[in-house]
Design a protein around this ligand. Structure first.
Ligand code: ACO
Length: 399
């Protein structure tokens, strides 16, 4: 599926979808390669030389994809200076939601107090963030919404098999978020390539329920054929970068920065070699965070902005690949001023804080209200009689 030109005209002026805010959040706990060597038979030298990873962040028991995603989202809203009630859509790309439903996006929508927003999760593994940005951008271009919050959030440490040294060394936890807004100013998301090859579904998977053939894999835990996934990744990254840049009418040399999914430094080196591009064009931070799946691209984007590597009118390419198998690439013409000139309105900052505080109070109030109505329900004489009857029935079943 390809969407080129980055523009749509329905009945009004052309609409473009620009990234106007960004934020990230990672857990404080750092797990080094030496820490891992105390858990499985591995060593720092092997992990560094085969993957480029030195350390990763691991969530504590109070942190989840939702809490990390929420933190990243509040930072992104601050940069964009957008109020929660002005968000039309929240999409969370994740493979590590705590529930099948409610979605992680539902939780974040509630905590933000984004009272007028739709919210859903999107599952496309490590390609999920690019898929999600494209869905949001298409909705903006069509004129059906104006402001979207797109989040990539993962707690991979909860789904890796800590007995499997070939996968547990690769992954980490974190979240990144962007705000997308409609504008008449040309630029923003220019084109996207979204692809899937479901024939490779068993190369990388997390079985959850009703799976007939587990083949030694554990329910709720990730399994991966690393070598096969490696070959797939080195094939599709350069191909999709070529296609997406062609679709948006720019040459490879006109790409200013590539923000790839952070899976393995050798995959990035291979892509750079095949494309004939310098490694300086690729953002890489996997030495510090490992593979954070759908969160890796927005985290890398945030760090690239902070480091001053992105300027107005730069052409960026984001490319993700992973479970599914699925992959996706996107070109963006950066349309907003450099971060140093962006200042959130102090009044709006106070309003955002007030909305978050109110959302927390409302959530506590709702919990209390439900607990109270349960007490009332069970103190109703009919229910008390029912409860006694059930107890008696249970007793009488006993020998
Ligand atoms: N420490 C020490 N030795 C190890 C470890 C380890 N952690 N893991 C494997 N080994 C051993 C293997 O047992 C093997 O030993 P043998 O030769 O005696 O059998 C040897 O090292 C080589 O193993 P390979 O699997 O061939 O190692 P490879 O160089 O392929 O690297 C890796 C493995 C890092 C997993 C690589 O295949 C890879 O990066 N694959 C791609 C992963 C990826 O891109 N995922 C993206 C998507 S993730 C998502 O969508 C959620």
């Amino acid at each position: 599926m390809a969407a080129a030109n980055g523009k749509t005209r329905l009945n009004g002026p052309l609409r473009y979808a620009h990234i106007t805010g960004w934020g990230m959040a990672v857990p404080e706990t750092v797990m080094t390669n030496d820490d891992l060597a105390a858990i499985v038979e591995t060593n720092d030298e092997w992990i560094r030389s085969r993957t480029g990873i030195r350390e990763r962040r691991i969530a504590n028991e109070r942190e989840s994809s939702a809490t990390l995603g929420y933190k990243a989202a509040t930072a992104a809203l601050e940069v964009a200076d957008v109020l929660p009630m002005d968000i039309d859509l929240i999409v969370v790309a994740t493979s590590t939601s705590e529930h099948v439903f409610p979605s992680t996006a539902n939780r974040i929508q509630d905590w933000l107090g984004a009272s007028k927003s739709g919210a859903f999760d999107l599952a496309a593994a490590c390609a999920g963030f690019v898929y999600a940005v494209n869905m949001a951008a298409q909705s903006i271009r069509s004129g059906s919404i104006n402001t979207a919050l797109v989040i990539g959030a993962e707690t991979m440490s909860r789904v890796v098999d800590w007995n499997d040294r070939s996968t547990c060394i690769l992954f980490g936890d974190g979240a990144g978020a962007v705000v997308l807004q409609g504008s008449d100013q040309e630029g923003g998301v220019l084109s996207a390539v979204l692809r899937s090859d479901g024939a490779g579904h068993d190369l990388l998977s997390i079985p959850t329920q009703n799976v007939r053939e587990l083949n030694g894999h554990r329910l709720g835990k990730m399994s991966m054929h690393g070598g096969e996934v490696f070959k797939f990744a080195t094939r599709v990254v350069d191909e999709s970068i070529r296609q997406v840049s062609q679709d948006s009418g720019i040459t490879l040399n006109e790409i200013d920065l590539i923000i790839p999914h952070q899976a393995n430094y050798r995959i990035l080196q291979s892509a750079a070699r095949k494309l004939g591009l310098d490694m300086d064009k690729f953002v890489s931070n996997l030495d510090r965070y490992g593979n954070t799946s759908a969160a890796s691209i927005p985290i890398a984007l945030c760090e690239a902005i902070e480091q001053g590597r992105i300027r107005k009118d730069d052409h960026l390419v984001m490319v993700g690949f992973g479970g599914g198998l699925s992959w996706a690439a996107m070109t963006v013409r950066w349309g907003i001023p450099e971060p140093s000139s962006l200042q959130a309105n102090p009044l709006n900052r106070q309003r955002r804080r007030a909305v978050y505080a109110l959302a927390r109070i409302r959530a506590r109030w709702n919990r209390l209200r439900r607990a109270w109505s349960n007490i009332l329900r069970w103190s109703n004489p009919r229910n008390i009689r029912l409860m006694r009857l059930r107890r008696r029935a249970n007793r009488e079943k006993l020998p």
